[in-house]
Design a protein around this ligand. Structure first.
Ligand code: ACO
Length: 313
């Protein structure tokens, strides 16, 4: 039995903060942000909307898309570094709010790679026959931990949620291979400060790591199933910076129009970025039955993860 994505969903807050708006907050320019990162605008959640509220909306969207009822969920996995509070976990809160009466629930902490870690965890439970329907969500309210006085970081991030329902699919479909990894020695390059709870990043070091890791992991998952770069139909990379994404795209030789570029409109939404981008491409009808899709992410930890999946049920 193979596990695959049988439904996707997402939610973004209404409030848009453009690069021109950022010029009024810190010493920056639309030109700098666009050329260095590809970001044009980002979404910011209102004060009365916390991480679990964003996650709830994306979950509802994904369940509807999968035609799965909340009470039929066996497990809820939420990847986030910005939970409402340390515990109960966001997944516990969602279990109650969705009415997922029989679902086990836990949060996954792997920073921006969290959705990939959640997806691969879901795959294990489905392929060993223990569970049938697992809801995996990537969600962040990064605006809570953004230092709005630090131009090096505040221009990069945004709030959003993305979700996928993972379930059994036919043998030739679904997640065909994966790679997960971590490099704790790189922890000091990207972390949340213990004193002030704010996000700190050594952009140059993270950049170097990401342009090496994303192309390498993307190629590895394709090789694991005996295929080559030319066989990849669609690329959904972590939406952190268009220059890093381009490195992965060019290494695989995927045409520009076959790579999700949600980063332009939402910035870096950490764990939400991959499921958000995937959900948008699916809703736009860009990912077709039988497409070989590569999802690849990297993030704080340092961590990374990639899958090669054959789209369809
Ligand atoms: N506006 C204007 N100037 C700026 C800004 C800004 N918003 N931010 C930094 N600068 C300045 C710097 O101060 C520096 O000036 P200096 O040379 O006088 O010191 C100059 O721009 C160049 O800085 P660099 O670090 O060389 O710029 P670079 O081209 O590397 O781009 C960036 C910076 C975009 C942060 C890049 O390093 C990057 O994308 N790194 C990876 C970040 C990432 O992906 N993080 C998230 C991963 S995990 C997760 O998703 C949470």
């Amino acid at each position: 039995m193979n596990a695959g994505i049988i439904g996707t969903g997402h939610y973004v807050p209404e409030k848009v903060l453009t690069n021109h708006d950022m010029e009024k907050i810190v010493d920056t320019s639309d030109e700098w942000i666009r050329t260095r990162t590809g970001i044009e605008e980002r979404r910011i959640a209102s004060d009365d909307m916390d991480t679990s509220d964003l996650a709830f909306r994306a979950a509802e969207d994904a369940l509807k898309d999968a035609d799965v009822k909340a009470e039929d969920l066996d497990m809820i996995l939420v990847a986030t570094v910005t939970p409402d509070q340390p515990f109960p976990s966001v997944s516990n809160m969602l279990q109650h709010r969705l009415g997922a009466t029989k679902a086990a629930s836990m949060d996954v902490a792997a920073a921006c790679s969290g959705f990939m870690y959640g997806l691969i965890t879901a795959k294990q439970f489905i392929e060993n026959g223990a569970y049938e329907n697992v809801l995996v969500i990537g969600v962040e309210k990064l605006s809570k931990i953004t230092n709005w006085e630090d131009r090096n970081t505040c221009v990069l991030f945004g709030d959003a949620a993305g979700a996928a329902v993972v379930g059994p699919v036919s043998d030739d479909k679904g997640i065909l291979s994966f790679e997960l990894g971590s490099e704790g020695s790189g922890g000091p390059h990207l972390y949340q400060g213990k004193e002030d709870d704010l996000l700190y990043m050594n952009g140059r070091e993270v950049f170097k790591f990401a342009v090496r890791q994303m192309p390498e992991s993307s190629v590895n998952v394709v090789k694991k199933i005996g295929l080559s770069e030319q066989d990849v139909d669609y690329l959904i990379p972590h939406q952190a910076n268009i220059r890093i994404m381009e490195a992965a795209r060019q290494r695989l030789g995927v045409p520009e129009e076959k790579m999700a570029t949600a980063v332009k409109r939402y910035g870096n939404t950490s764990s939400a970025s991959i499921p958000l981008a995937l959900s948008e491409e699916v809703k736009a009808g860009k990912i077709k039955e039988n497409d070989l899709v590569v999802l690849v992410g990297f993030g704080g930890g340092l961590t990374w993860g990639a899958v090669a999946l054959r789209w369809g049920k």
